[in-house]
Design a protein around this ligand. Structure first.
Ligand SMILES: [Cu+2]
Length: 70
């Protein structure tokens, strides 16, 4: 299991945080999703390998911009 952190741009409030948390938690293979509004990041653990593009697409689909992995 590896822990990964990706930048999420465009979040302005806790509703955004909840939206991103829900979207990423819905991806099979992702667990322990934690979204940080102050830092503009989402951190998660993988229970199996998940492609970066899958995570980025989930973020973009709900209106935010996926940045780089840290
Ligand atoms: Cu918001």
């Amino acid at each position: 299991m590896r822990t990964r952190t990706i930048e999420v741009k465009g979040m302005s409030c806790n509703h955004c945080v909840q939206s991103v948390t829900r979207a990423l938690s819905g991806i099979e293979g992702l667990t322990n999703v934690k979204v940080d509004l102050t830092f503009g990041t989402a951190t998660y653990d993988e229970t199996k390998p998940v492609a970066d593009d899958v995570v980025k697409a989930a973020i973009e689909r709900i209106g935010f911009t996926a940045g780089n992995y840290r």
